[in-house]
Design a protein. Sequence first.
Length: 230
Amino acid sequence: MSDKSYDVVITGGGQKGIVLAMYLTKYGGLSVGLFEEPSPGFVGNTCSNSHQYWYQTALYWDFPEFKDYGARYAHTSTIVGTAFDDDTCFLQFSAFPDVDPGQERTAELISRFSRKDAETYLWLWNKSINYWLPNMLEWMNNPAKPVREPDAMDRLIMNPDSGIDPHWLLMNSVQLFTSLFEDPHVQVGFFRTIQSWGIAADEPGAGWPALLAQFAWNPFHVYAVGELTP
């Protein structure tokens, strides 16, 4: 390999490395060397396998030939699951059309703990689909606005119809989720996901990003399966 040369060399064939390589080759006309090697003693994932709808929506638009490379998208029915000592569990289902697009199935399970929490969850879901997610996608897929010009997220927070309480922006995750949900099972169900993301439960201002991610990230998590070959 020492005799080969590339315009760009990328180390790591994960979801960011392989997507970057696709853009550079297709739209930049560059030659790209993409290298992936597992660390000793660990099982290495040599394919771009985990995509979030909100994070890489442009990939679906810009690469209609993705399937021609041998890949397809798949998803599991359950996105988040937390089991409790009393033999109950908190589950959040995928929002894809063949699973739980309106999140009624998820809300039905939440209602076993608290009907009020189930209603709150569906209210938050409605706000997320109609306001949070569209503004988030606009914010992520466009150049940054000048400092004094409100961007998509600024407009979202200032829009009273979005349902966002300005106090949420100052709360940590524990404060926000305990203020929204009354049952400890539901609260812990959300806390568990936050913990796996590495968000400190007592971090000031982290409550709103954690809530946004719960509704804009988790339900739309997909996997690219198959072997990608140019």
